[in-house]
Ligand binder design. Structure first.
Ligand code: ATP
Ligand code: LTN
Length: 336
């Protein structure tokens, strides 16, 4: 299949803190190789991160760090267009236009807005409210066919489709209506301390979360301390044994073994041995990524070169759609 026939796939993550093992096994790891079947765009969603107050120096570093982690995890910056959302001004421009086609009522129903405004009571800003409209702009600018998103982002993809359909009904076929991507689903990684909750980078308990950049000893220590149960059996049963099941899920996602194979491998062994084995497997998986990450971060010219080239590539696609939108709604032509 030639490149121009490929469907377009779009996704991204917020540039906030460092990634967790959940982000990696649930999303990033599954993005590698998608470029064989799709034309892929992966954004560093730094404008979205501004909905929560950031420390400027840390934020700047985190955004570059996320770009480097994408690449270190295996997303080739030539085969994939990896770029900064804030560097392509068409995102903010289209978001404004789409704001005028989005209703207060539908935004008020977004569960992420309700959760985040409860969590950041002192800063319920308008950006938090219109977060899904910017996300719709991200997706629609690239005439995206498919979007791999986790469960927590499904509602945002639905509102994106609603906004696009509403716009198309008025102006004709301007936007491709994006579909969720149902590829190989990623693992859902739970907290190591409260396995009923998902592993989250904003967790206050450091032992609950494995970071992609944690060193080997830290990773193994966190797994040794992982909460399990008072039983001894290594069996996948998320209802009755959430802690052990989470460890099985992690081990399975990395080794490719199914749950029964994992149970059989550790039959008769105690939780202690199992936790160490999972910790070592995770550390082995992350070691080459961390090494590659350090190499990339220490080569400013290399990183800047990829950033510049891909920002331009993204802008070309994005401004083509924005130009069309301008013409359709009656804004004067963009002269670039
Ligand atoms: P926060 O803790 O701030 O809510 P997060 O860690 O949930 O952030 P997001 O930026 O919301 O991260 O998510 C980025 C991607 O990682 C999404 O596709 C999401 O589905 C996936 N993801 C996040 N946490 C997990 C997890 N524990 N297991 C599997 N996938 C996850
Ligand atoms: N909201 C998403 C990040 C995100 C995104 C997007 C994902 C912003 N724009 C467009 C897919 C497509 C998140 O928090 N995971």
């Amino acid at each position: 299949m030639s490149d121009d026939k490929k469907q377009i796939l779009y996704s991204g993550m917020q540039a906030t803190n460092t990634l967790t093992l959940g982000n990696y096994l649930g999303a990033l790891k599954n993005w590698v190789n998608l470029h064989n079947d799709y034309e892929c765009f992966f954004g560093v969603m730094d404008l979205h991160s501004l909905t929560v107050r950031q420390v400027p120096a840390d934020f700047r570093k985190n955004a570059r760090s996320l770009f480097a982690l994408y690449v270190a995890a295996g997303l080739d910056p030539v085969d994939n267009c990896i770029y900064f959302q804030s560097h392509v001004s068409a995102h903010a421009q289209l978001a404004w236009i789409l704001n005028c086609f989005t209703y207060m009522g539908e935004l008020s129903r977004m569960t992420q807005f309700k959760d985040k405004s409860a969590k950041h009571e002192d800063n319920v800003n308008a950006g938090l409210f219109t977060y899904p409209v910017l996300m719709a702009a991200d997706i629609l600018l690239y005439q995206t066919d498919v979007v791999p998103v986790g469960k927590d982002q499904k509602q945002h993809l639905e509102i994106t489709r609603d906004i696009a359909e509403r716009f198309n009904n008025i102006y004709g076929d301007v936007f491709v209506i994006p579909e969720p991507y149902f590829g190989k689903s990623g693992a859902r990684v739970m907290s190591l301390q409260e396995p009923e909750k998902k592993m989250s980078k904003s967790d206050e308990n450091a032992n609950a979360t494995v970071l992609l950049l944690d060193d080997r000893d830290t990773i193994i220590r966190k797994f040794k301390r992982a909460v399990t149960d008072s039983d001894t059996e290594i069996r996948y049963d998320p209802e009755a044994k959430p802690g052990v099941s989470n460890l099985i899920e992690i081990y399975s996602a990395i080794t490719g073994k199914n749950y029964d194979e994992v149970s059989a491998e550790f039959a008769g062994k105690g939780y202690g041995d199992f936790k160490i084995a999972v910790g070592e497997t995770v550390a082995d998986e992350l070691a080459p990524i961390q090494k590659r990450y350090e190499e990339i971060m220490s080569d400013k010219a290399l990183l800047d070169g990829w950033i510049g080239a891909n920002d331009a590539r993204a802008a070309k696609a994005a401004f083509k759609t924005l130009g069309k939108v301008h013409r359709k709604v009656g804004l004067t032509d963009l002269i670039r």
